[in-house]
Design a protein around this ligand. Structure first.
Ligand code: NAD
Length: 241
């Protein structure tokens, strides 16, 4: 059975990925940081379907916490087949107002976490000569987003990791890809007014916003695939910001 770590899995896209993969007979370890209740709720929801997942608390921007989580997985399951770096935070506000603290926080949670978690996992994947790493970046990483400079920089950085690591780890049979969502209906976008959401819908060729399950479906395909690496896969209804 494939062992899969999904970071930031208590809600939103990560929760949907964890559910989809667990239902498709993968063994899922769902990481959470602050939202124990939501993570437990996810675990219980799947238990009702007779599916067992592990939940593990770790702030993925902290090396020591990530190390503990990876050690727990390797001790219990001996391997990690798939890493999904999903955890992330938003940042909104004009460029001149971004403080050093805000900049470092966004970069730590969104980008350093990918570097650090991947580094801890990849040792095991290299010795197994097999692995799949999927990073959730964003349409802002490729297109940029006004009033989201730190966020966009973090996501562009993730895509840089994806493309470089795919080249470095390909000979070890490890595939590395990014999924770059457009607008997906999650709590992360709750701050937008109905009018702002409608504007995005109007600008989107498919005339709708995305659902977390639509990202999860692509993740499932990417895990089962064997020849796709170094790609930034946009799932955005045709929206180009
Ligand atoms: P969300 O806010 O619902 O979920 C983010 C998850 O990350 C939460 O469970 C949160 O607890 C977790 N998290 C945050 N900081 C963490 C940390 N330090 N350690 C561990 N977990 C942490 O948002 P979402 O929309 O589900 O976002 C998931 C990913 O998709 C993010 O990386 C986000 O940038 C990306 N994304 C989302 C959209 C969108 O429109 N929703 C678009 C493009 C990219």
């Amino acid at each position: 059975m494939k062992i899969i770590l999904v970071t930031g899995a208590s809600r939103g896209i990560g929760r949907s990925i964890a559910k989809t993969l667990a239902r498709n007979n993968y063994k899922v370890i769902a990481n959470y940081n602050k939202s124990f209740e939501q993570a437990l709720d996810l675990q219980n929801e799947l238990k009702k379907e007779k599916i067992n997942i592990d939940i593990f608390k770790a702030d993925v921007s902290k090396r020591n916490e990530v190390k503990k989580m990876i050690n727990y997985i390797i001790n219990k399951y001996k391997k990690i087949d798939v890493l999904i770096n999903n955890a992330g935070i938003d940042q909104e506000g004009i460029f001149q107002d971004i403080s050093d603290d805000e900049w470092h926080n966004v970069i730590d949670v969104n980008l350093y976490s990918v570097f650090c978690t991947t580094q801890e996992v990849v040792k095991n994947m290299i010795s197994n000569k097999s692995g799949c790493i999927i990073n959730i970046s964003s349409i802002y990483g490729t297109q940029g987003g006004a009033c989201s400079v730190a966020y966009s920089a973090s996501k562009a950085g993730i895509d840089g990791i994806t493309k470089s690591l795919a080249k470095e780890l390909g000979p070890s049979n490890i595939r590395v890809n990014s999924i770059a969502p457009g607008f997906i209906n999650t709590d992360m976008n709750n701050y937008l007014s109905k009018e702002e959401v409608n504007k995005i819908i109007n600008e989107t060729p498919l005339q709708k916003i995305g659902k977390p399950e639509e990202i999860a479906k692509c993740i499932n395909w990417l895990i089962e695939d064997s020849f796709t690496t170094g790609q930034i896969i946009s799932i955005n209804g045709g929206w180009n910001t």
